[in-house]
Write a protein that binds this ligand. Structure first.
Ligand code: 13P
Ligand code: SF4
Length: 331
């Protein structure tokens, strides 16, 4: 069996490579060499490990990453994020190779919306337009009229005529937040993100009592009771911008801890406190899926051009339309 065949088998079977690697390898130098040689671009989400963010060509929130994927001229896209993000990049670039360092990097929110159940739900509400969050599978996108992300959801809902009934899926927390912001009556799917639902409102309020000079800031995937006490609610890029523009010197940050890397670089003199979670024995504010990608897997996927994301051609065509509508509305 060739090394490539072995790598393919390992990746497909186990989601990782147990290939022997020179223990003195310099991953950063090798990744730099390979991306140049192969004309590859590395796109990374803010929740990735710091070393991956540092080597990426572009780091952003899910909207900015989709926009970047839509305009790149690179031959290969290496997506350091989770599966739905790489899948969106593949739908936008059907002829390009889109690599995901670990194919098992899923998303609890996307998993909370199984396509068959959602199709039945949609059938019960034939007059409704479907707006779904980008954190969904291609199958859900194919059942969607307009895709949105946390940074453009409000704008997209406001672009739809007021009389038009809307199903909003799959995140009930983001949906409830958008109902509050727009005054619209959205029909919500009952999905959620396990990372953002793990925050403890009690511990956050205790922390705030000890740090009254801090501002609580939160991602809209968090629960309503937390969003109610937050000074600012926004997407990952919104939160990053907020710590730079606010006059406050201290923040309690309620989103996945990976965002703190870019925040620390942007505001080295401010104090950033990760919001505490309910379970003291769990690193629940780390997205287990986002953290599946490592520098070693990034190197291996660039070297072997595996694993790559595949989307059925017909499905891809159907899923492309609502993504394009989102990109159009986000200009
Ligand atoms: P952003 O759209 O803010 O990047 O959020 C993506 C995500 O997965 C949040 O959990
Ligand atoms: Fe999905 Fe939540 Fe992880 Fe974001 S943080 S990728 S919504 S599981």
């Amino acid at each position: 069996m060739t090394t490539l065949e072995k790598a393919t088998k390992n990746i497909r079977n186990k989601g990782f490579l147990d290939i022997e690697i020179d223990k003195n390898i310099n991953y950063v130098a090798e990744i730099n060499r390979l991306r140049k040689e192969k004309n590859a671009i590395i796109l990374a989400h803010y929740y990735q490990e710091s070393e991956i963010q540092d080597i990426a060509d572009f780091v952003g929130d899910s909207l900015a990453l989709a926009q970047e994927a839509a305009k790149t001229n690179a031959a290969i896209i290496v997506f350091a994020g989770v599966h739905f993000m790489a899948e969106t990049a593949k739908i936008l670039n059907p002829t390009k190779k889109v690599l995901l360092p670990d194919l098992n990097a899923g998303c609890s929110l996307a998993d909370s919306c199984p396509p068959a159940d959602f199709a039945a739900f949609k059938k019960q509400h034939p007059n409704h337009l479907v707006v779904s969050y980008v954190n969904t599978s291609a199958e859900i996108k194919a059942l969607t009229d307009i895709v949105c992300t946390s940074s453009n959801a409000e704008k997209i809902i406001n672009s739809i005529p007021k009389k038009q009934p809307i199903i909003f899926a799959p995140d009930k927390n983001l949906g409830s937040w958008i109902i509050k912001k727009t005054g619209r009556d959205l029909l919500l799917w009952d999905g959620a993100c396990m990372v953002h639902e793990a925050f403890s409102i009690e511990k956050i309020l205790n922390l705030y009592a000890e740090n009254p000079d801090a501002e609580i800031i939160a991602h809209p995937e968090s629960q309503a009771h937390l969003l109610k006490v937050a000074k600012y609610v926004g997407s990952t890029s919104g939160l990053l911008k907020y710590v730079q523009t606010s006059k406050a010197k201290k923040f309690i940050v309620a989103t996945e801890v990976g965002i703190l890397h870019k925040m620390r670089q942007a505001v080295p003199n401010k104090i950033l406190i990760p919001a505490p979670v309910d379970d003291d024995n769990c690193n629940c504010s780390e997205c287990f899926y986002m953290k599946m990608n490592t520098l070693k897997k990034l190197y291996l996927c660039l070297k072997y051009e595996l694993p790559f994301v595949e989307v059925d051609t017909e499905l891809s065509k159907k899923a492309l339309l609502p993504i394009q509508r989102m990109l159009e509305l986000s200009k």
